[in-house]
Design a protein around this ligand. Structure first.
Ligand SMILES: [Zn+2]
Length: 217
């Protein structure tokens, strides 16, 4: 089973009462302290994958696309095929950071090629760049799944993205209507803690609260 399928949380698991046997799934986190009862994909920066890692992603974040980006990419390339690396990322595009945008695009496209080569999905950071991400997806026609993490967009945007076969994950901040739309149409969700400081259990509780108080039809 691929990484993406393993970390999809069924709506029942979110809405159901908490049980001792519940395994909490976190599709993207920067917290590498192991927590009991959770399975998480820990984000690693290039060259930082550890021998005892279980589930990690490795990628070049758009904030870190600097003069040395090609060297960083070579590090990712050497780690990408390790069995513990279940996704390439987080990587992506961000119009609100200092890194040169053209270079961000170049680095992102290289990581798309790498993900395709090693047959692994991508975890994508996207800030004010949805049109660009969708255009690259259309042009490169990846076979691997793309998970847009920390999605905060409106329902209209998520409809467009999911119609193209991409996925989204929800963390501490999101649009409640978008959450309700994805939950009712797809019956499963990706959840994440990213770097918010909450536990994945708290994220489940937050979503449960919003989904059970809102109208799900
Ligand atoms: Zn992150």
């Amino acid at each position: 089973m691929d990484y993406i399928s393993q970390f999809a949380v069924s709506l029942d698991a979110i809405l159901g009462e908490e049980k001792d046997t519940t395994l909490y799934l976190d599709s993207h986190t920067h917290n590498d302290v192991y927590q009991e009862g959770t399975m998480a994909v820990i984000n690693r920066y290039p060259g930082e994958v550890r021998p005892d890692d279980k589930y990690v992603s490795v990628g070049l974040h758009p904030w870190h696309v600097n003069d040395d980006w090609k060297e960083q990419l070579a590090k990712i390339r050497s780690e990408a095929s390790l069995p513990c690396v279940c996704a390439i990322g987080e990587c992506g595009l961000d119009k609100c950071c200092e890194s040169d945008y053209r270079r961000q695009i170049e680095a992102f496209r290289e990581q798309v090629l790498l993900a395709e080569e090693c047959g692994k999905p991508m975890i994508i950071h996207c800030v004010k760049s949805f049109q660009e991400i969708m255009a690259i997806h259309k042009e490169m026609k990846p076979q691997q799944k793309w998970l847009i993490h920390g999605f905060r967009g409106k329902p209209e945007l998520v409809k467009q993205i999911m119609a193209k076969g991409m996925l989204v994950s929800f963390g501490h901040h999101y649009n409640v209507n978008t959450l309700a739309y994805v939950a009712s149409n797809h019956r499963s969700l990706y959840l994440e803690t990213d770097d918010c400081g909450l536990s994945i259990r708290q994220i489940y509780e937050q979503l449960r609260h919003h989904l059970s108080s809102g109208s799900l039809d």
